[in-house]
Design a binder for this molecule. Structure first.
Ligand SMILES: [Zn+2]
Ligand SMILES: [Zn+2]
Length: 343
């Protein structure tokens, strides 16, 4: 086993490094800057050049982080390691590990749909592939993002005509910036954002990602009405005091979880947009196929479901227990499965 699951995370003994460890280790290779993949306290970090600003934002200035461009190999204790685009959020990487002719690839989180904020996923041929399974059920099937973005623009237009604020919730890092970039295709109107999104928006802008103009929905907006405006906010802002300033509004959630429409979700939000930063069912199967891997290990999400499906088709696949969380704030597994047949 070139890479194995341990109590601290995925471990490559030959190279003396962990991939996305959830405990502090000597040497951590990082796929992307989401909290469940980037734990502080390790003695050294390696990430892609594109994710460096986001990794430093999370770990703090002065953290022991070095970076490498996509596709450029580094050698760790004689093991060849390279990072390749995963298409999940800006800078997200697959980790390719090569040792004595054997190639293993850890996907981190990934998606196959186009995203204006990051480099598209590049399939890597390998002997063993470690994949996520956040949305690995057949019910999860994404529409082209263009269509979903059009639905978001239409919803905003509708609310603007009605003079109501529209509040769009999404994950703070990655999803929010992607929405702001996608919206640039249908508008140049400014969008209000929650203060917790500002630093990452700045990092995306500094990297040259075109986005709609943004205004912070705090100081700049004091005493004004938000009638007809669009506000992008993290899930943590739901039900907070910060929300009071908007008064009567329409709320929506941008997440792959909105593909399954259950009663609880309809109550929670006025609208749902199935815009995901993870691969859908077919995207995962296509990817596994493209790697030509003989062995597949499944780390988080619907792990046993995906492993079972692959085994039935003759692939040597098994779930691995990890502490990665999948798409945060989604509803629990049982309800996603139970509601799956409503599609
Ligand atoms: Zn992630
Ligand atoms: Zn993840």
């Amino acid at each position: 086993m070139l890479i194995e699951p341990t109590d601290a995370g995925l471990y490559c003994a030959a190279g003396g490094f962990h991939i996305d460890p959830w405990r502090p280790v000597d040497r951590a290779v990082i796929t992307h800057a989401h909290g469940d993949h980037l734990t502080p306290g390790s003695r050294a970090y390696l990430c892609s050049s594109a994710s460096l600003p986001l990794v430093v934002q999370r770990l703090g200035a002065g953290a022991p982080v070095s970076s490498v461009p996509y596709g450029e190999p580094v050698t760790l204790d004689g093991v060849r390691v390279s990072l390749h685009p995963a298409g999940h959020i800006r800078g997200s990487s697959q980790v390719r590990v090569e040792h004595r002719g054997e190639v293993w690839v850890a996907s981190g989180d990934y998606k196959r749909s186009p995203d204006p904020t990051c480099t598209p996923f590049e399939p890597q041929r390998c002997h063993a592939f470690i994949t996520e399974a956040t949305f690995a059920l057949p019910v999860f099937r994404w529409d082209p993002p263009d269509d979903t973005v059009r639905e978001i623009c239409d919803w905003w237009d509708e609310m603007r005509a009605a003079g109501r604020p529209s509040i769009l919730f999404g994950y703070a890092l990655g999803k929010s910036q992607r929405v702001l970039a996608e919206l640039a295709r249908c508008t140049d109107r400014p969008v209000y954002v929650h203060g917790s999104l500002v630093a990452a928006i700045g990092a995306y802008r500094a990297a040259g990602v075109p986005m709609v103009p943004t205004l912070r929905a705090t100081e700049e907006a004091r005493g004004r009405t938000f009638a007809g405006e669009l506000i992008v906010a993290p899930l943590s802002a739901r039900g907070s005091v910060w929300m009071r300033r908007f008064g009567d509004h329409s709320s929506a959630f941008a997440s792959g979880w909105m593909r399954v429409r259950g009663a609880r979700r309809r109550r929670a939000y006025d609208r749902g947009f199935a815009l995901s930063d993870h691969a859908d069912w077919q995207g995962i199967l296509d990817t596994v196929h493209q790697t030509a891997a003989e062995r597949v290990f499944v780390t988080h999400g619907f792990t046993s479901e995906l492993a079972r499906f692959l085994v039935e088709r003759g692939v040597d696949a098994r779930p691995w227990r990890t502490q990665y969380e999948g798409e945060p704030e989604g509803l629990e597994r049982q309800s996603a499965e139970a509601e799956g047949d409503g599609e």
